[in-house]
Design a protein around this ligand. Structure first.
Ligand code: FAD
Length: 433
């Protein structure tokens, strides 16, 4: 069993298949692939190592971790133990697909694929004419109609094969690993009815934080959907819709692998962007002079996480106020985010930048001040992440330029002017498709 983005024993059909294929003797392998490892920042690496330690514990210490190119490591180990087959869950990412094809070619035994990290795998949700969806709402309707399988239990008895592997040293990470995640999810379910009312409020810190476990497969969305179905409420329905967004992003990326870094709307190839200079550095470092933007970027740097509403605001600010290409922001996010996921990241960036399949219209440009006032009404989110503004009470924190705060930068751009410039650049490409 070659674990990848499915670091769990429960609800893992590929593992069940591996156990059922023979007499229950299985070698559990994880490959630390430099092609992925080298691109990940510390938040992702540390979480991965902690999750692997937890998985290994639940396998009586028998997870075998090797470092190297999977096209060499996997066939070598399979040959060493005389494996009858190598079992995996599908990976629909552009790199994962290529890697698995190479591994399959190099193996002397079958590569058996069962399941995927999604409730409904990419490519399965189709229109009546058999085409795929470009727009989320009809995709979502069809996704619901398609439905998904019920979760499956962890295998009863596995005879794990022990082998020498890498040591998994790394800092302790709170909440990593299947057992901790399941407990956290069960606790969160008590609050899910409120999800709709609170999900847009970064100050309330009340979203589920399940993007990280979903990224590593410490829990499967099918498990979550089954739990949500038992707790029907407006909040649970809304939460289910967000899980569908994750699957829509994966579906789009599987169909258009170039969408990782190229706009889905071809006219945006002509869009005029500025080089990422000092303004980009100020954005990365949370020093733009716009409090909600700076709070989000500092939350990201300090914790590897940022609330969804704030991700939208900072992304919009980079593209439409600083006129920097979204791919620079997407790359920065991938390095910093603990939940960094190519499909969700690139497709959301494209959505904000107006060039995605189902994009927010380009002319809808977030005003960072109004966004702060609306979604952080008491200002507590900003005060927490931007201590220079801690003395500004209430809403005043969102307009520090009206007060005397020498320690905090003045806005690096004038939003009204930047907005006009964005609209001018957009007008120049409109109709060029
Ligand atoms: P909750 O609000 O509790 O949502 C529940 C789950 O639904 C999430 O865990 C996630 O799996 C899914 N979800 C929610 N919103 C979205 C969305 N817009 N798109 C796809 N799935 C969603 N999410 C990632 O997992 N990885 C990324 O790299 C990533 N990059 C993003 C970049 C930008 C510019 C934006 C605007 C959004 C990005 N998102 C990404 C989506 C979203 O911001 C996070 O999934 C969410 O903030 C995670 O917090 P949560 O688990 O508490 O979310």
């Amino acid at each position: 069993m070659w674990f990848r983005r499915d670091l769990r024993l429960a609800d893992n059909p590929a593992l069940l298949d591996a156990v059922a294929a023979g007499d229950g003797t299985v070698l559990g392998l994880f490959v630390l692939d430099p092609a992925l490892w080298d691109k990940a920042g510390d938040p992702r690496r540390n979480h991965l190592l902690a999750s692997l330690r937890s998985l290994s514990d639940s396998m009586d210490g028998n997870l075998v971790v090797r470092r190297g190119d999977p096209a060499e490591v996997v066939p070598e180990l399979a040959a060493e133990i005389g494996a009858a087959g190598v079992h995996i869950a599908a990976d629909f990412g552009p790199y994962g697909g290529r890697r698995d094809a190479e591994v399959e070619k190099a193996l002397d035994c079958p590569l058996v694929t069962t399941g995927s990290p999604y409730a409904v795998a990419p490519g399965r949700v189709l229109t009546q004419q058999g085409a795929s969806y470009q727009v989320f709402t009809p995709y979502f309707r069809s996704w619901l109609e398609h439905g998904w399988r019920q979760p499956v239990k962890a295998p009863d008895k596995v005879k794990w094969i022990a082998k020498q592997g890498e040591l998994l040293d790394g800092p302790a990470v709170d909440g990593a690993g299947e057992t901790a995640v399941r407990e956290r999810w069960q606790e969160y379910l008590d609050d899910v009815a409120e999800y709709d009312a609170v999900r847009d409020r970064p100050d309330l810190n009340s979203t589920s934080r399940m993007s990280v476990p979903l990224k590593y497969g410490e829990i499967h969305p099918r498990t979550m959907l089954a739990d949500l179905a038992r707790r029907r409420s407006a909040g649970a329905d809304s939460y289910r819709r967000e899980l569908a967004w994750r699957e829509f992003c994966a579906d789009l990326l599987a169909r258009y692998p170039d969408a990782a870094w190229k706009p889905l709307r071809p006219e945006f190839e002509q869009m005029e962007y500025d080089e990422p200079g000092d303004a980009f550095d100020a954005w990365c470092n949370g020093l733009t002079g716009y409090p909600i933007v700076d709070a989000g970027m500092r939350q990201l740097a300090e914790t590897g996480f940022m609330h969804n509403r704030v991700r939208m605001v900072v992304a919009s600010f980079l593209v439409k106020d600083l006129h920097v290409h979204w791919k620079y922001g997407a790359r920065w996010f991938m390095r910093q985010l603990r939940d960094g996921d190519l499909a969700s990241n690139s497709l959301n960036w494209q959505w904000v930048a107006g060039c995605g399949a189902d994009a927010s219209p380009y002319f809808r440009i977030f005003n960072p001040t109004t966004q702060g006032l609306k979604f952080d009404p008491s200002g507590s989110y900003v005060r927490h992440w931007v201590p220079e503004l801690a003395d500004l009470a209430g809403k005043a924190v969102h307009e520090p330029w009206k007060h005397d705060v020498p320690a905090y930068p003045r806005p690096i751009v004038d939003h009204a002017e930047a907005r006009q410039e964005s609209l001018r650049r957009y007008a120049a490409i409109k109709g060029t498709a």
